[in-house]
Design a protein around this ligand. Sequence first.
Ligand code: ADP
Length: 507
Amino acid sequence: MHPSPEKRYLLALDQGTTSSRAILFDTLPGENGGGLRIVAAAQKEFTQIYPQAGYVEHDAEEIIGSQTEVMNRALRESGVSAAEIAAIGITNQRETTVVWDKKTGRPIYNAIVWQCRRTAPQCETMIADGCENYVRDNTGLRIDAYFSATKVKWLLDNIPGARERAKNGELLFGTVDTWLIWRLTGGKIHATDYTNASRTMLYNIRTMDWDDNILYELDIPRCMLPQVVPSSHIYGTTRLEGVDIPIASAVGDQQAALFGQACFETGDVKNTYGTGCFLLMNIGKSMRVSEQGMLTTLSAGSRPGKPEYVMEGSVFVGGAIIQWLRDELGLITSAAESEFFATQVPDNGGVVVVPAFTGLGAPHWDMYARGAIFGLTRGAGRNHLVRASLESIAFQSRDVVDAITADTGIPIRTLKVDGGASANNFLMQFQADILGREVVRPSIRETTALGAAYLAGLACGIWESAEQIKGQWTLERRFVPAMEREERTALLHRWHRGVERCRGWQE
Ligand code: ADP
């Protein structure tokens, strides 16, 4: 089906951790049912609330306020009217938890953000209670304060009267997608999608239902949980400029990017190079649990009774090492400048940077590791340090790729890339070299919003199948590995020696 000329636009709402964004796509007629082109984008940052060390909150009203503001601004700036929008798609920061009053629609407390560590003691209790294997085998996650489950429990335990009211059906829980849908539909729809549900640590990704055992352990009443539906789905409608527009997708940000990169086949992988790096592999229809500390979640292609799984690994400090060079060391004035300095020297001069600022994640898992710079000589200078910092992003991503490959037995063919730091050509070439695999960068790097828009377009009939979308992925640049195997092996060996020396530093 071709997009109707009267309703040819798709509006993606990208609700992130630090800002709300709205991106308007035009559907272009074409062989594959039309491709997408960005016609307008608006962004607004919102307040990060840090009530005490390790606590992170957002004002849920500010989230909805900033999201509606950018939605209206994108429309105004593009000159497109609401009547021309076929559908809205939502993508969001995952795990962040909101509980609100069903009648008034008012949150009972700030949203507790994924980064918030307040429930670490509760996680230790769950581990002491022997829940670890059960949680991993049924939710695909490691017990951690990151996920929504213990955040909901904290709210029910700490807000006076909350558990009683939740049991009486007066309170509702939602991740940010659910909260936005509830408010945008005027309190009519309380729903989430498989991808967001799979990050709550309350959802059983084998049976595709909320997990009664975990709900019992945490004393969370089922009646406060949203209905779980596919990512591509008509959730309800929202009124804009007097027109009812369908909300036709909801999807967690990383799975949205995986979809936007058209990673529909088993073994397809994407890596997003943002502040951290998120590497996701589509592992198909059979659930696999990681032995190396990766997470298993549901993909945006999951259908009722037909789960489709993703394995995820993340690097804590990705592009953030470049911010550090800029803001703390003052070695560069902009992130983009790092490419220039890195290419002023033929190699790293023996310098290795291990950015273990907050410990090391998968597959090293050492919370006591701290960052270090190795191999300094009198000849080492800014260029070497900048180069070694960029290389550290690629080395860490390579370690995640190795771990996922070891876990799944699925070899990776090419790596699709996106995110801010994927703009760096030196980094992308080095990534290809150090992986010994091709790295491919798409023309539209807004893959998160793109994924939400594709899923919305599928639900409202602009495209009939993911197959059509696959044909729309277009290459901007391909990076072909050019490094000799011996050099790669030597570099990796030195990197791993650095990693070993960083371990257990924090006493
Ligand atoms: P996030 O969504 O996590 O905020 P973005 O995708 O916007 O991240 O990417 C921002 C990160 O990418 C920053 O950490 C920044 O240092 C890094 N970055 C941006 N451009 C470049 C570049 N050209 N080279 C290296 N790093 C970059």
